[in-house]
Design a protein. Structure first.
Length: 308
């Protein structure tokens, strides 16, 4: 592998209950050359978007198996996210992850303690100190179709390190100006100590998203130290181009390492082994900006869910 190539590992898993899950995660780390030193403080950051839609979240078995692997390596593990609705604990319980984490001595946390990240276009956004102050983040996205971004994966999942309502408010603040949401997401991602990305594409969400789509049997667990390369590999697997995916277009414009499909080296299994025929993406995308009434309703809904 040349110094310019980014490793992306593909491993076929037919179901989340597969006895090969632990083996798959170990091989993905090994074949991409990634190692964890004992004592490393690791934040595992799954997608815990909503307690009402388990399909919209990273599957519990992926997160639990990853945590088991990290603990075996001697890491100090925290699992956290800043959900769109409710708390991380509420979402974790709703999707059936809490007991599995508890068996490992882990309680999910809601990422908080916001600190302003100054953005290149003259604004700022509040990102979590919990994410910034860990030794490393292992990002565990769920591959999903998306009504505004077309499709989302590793890079977009790091937007979840923005604290609480600030995520929804960002759509209102930046959504009206074309390209600003993408720039903001990339700057949030760049600020994070991301060390590895493990993507749940075993049964990703298609048709629409990020909440209310349908499952698609892709049977893929994918990983890479580089979130941009991992997303690029997935875009290629879906037959997409930067012209269709605005976030990829912005990554390409900035020439962020991992944007170029020719600089990706596939390990374990080749992409040709995976069939994405029938994976449906939205034909018409919704505007990036949220209407103020929708923002207020969403904020109130989140507050009430936390009071339960």
């Amino acid at each position: 592998m040349t110094q310019h190539e980014e490793p992306v590992a593909y491993f076929r898993l037919l179901e989340y209950e597969s006895t090969f899950m632990d083996v798959a995660i170990g091989l993905i780390f090994e074949e991409t050359g990634f190692k964890i030193s004992p004592g490393t403080k690791v934040l595992v950051k799954p997608n815990l978007v909503s307690p009402k839609k388990a399909l919209a979240c990273t599957h519990p078995n992926v997160t639990i198996s990853l945590c088991r692997y990290l603990l075996d390596c001697g890491a100090v593990v925290t699992v956290g996210d800043s959900p769109g609705y409710g708390t991380a604990a509420q979402v974790s319980k709703a999707i059936g992850m809490t007991s599995g984490l508890a068996a490992l001595g882990i309680k999910p946390i809601t990422l908080g303690r916001p600190v302003p990240l100054e953005l290149s276009f003259g604004s700022s956004i509040g990102i979590s100190r919990d994410a910034l102050e860990t030794d490393m983040i292992i990002n565990v996205p769920k591959l999903k179709a998306h009504g505004q971004f077309l499709v989302t994966g590793a890079v977009k999942n790091l937007f979840g390190t923005v604290v609480g309502f600030r995520k929804a408010f960002a759509h209102t603040r930046f959504g009206e100006t074309k390209g600003l949401m993408e720039k903001m997401i990339l700057e949030v991602a760049a600020a994070m100590p991301v060390a590895f990305n493990l993507m749940d594409a075993i049964y990703p969400m298609h048709v629409t998203g990020p909440i209310s789509g349908k499952p698609f049997a892709m049977n893929l667990l994918a990983g890479s130290p580089n979130p941009y390369a991992l997303d690029t590999a997935i875009y290629m697997l879906l037959g997409l181009s930067p012209k269709r995916v605005q976030l990829w277009k912005e990554i390409t414009n900035q020439k962020i390492n991992g944007y170029n499909p020719d600089q990706i080296k596939y390990v374990i299994e080749p992409p040709d082994d995976f069939d994405t025929t029938g994976f449906i993406l939205p034909e018409i995308l919704s505007p990036m900006e949220f209407e103020i009434v929708r923002l207020i309703k969403g904020r109130l809904k989140s507050i009430f869910s936390r009071m339960r």
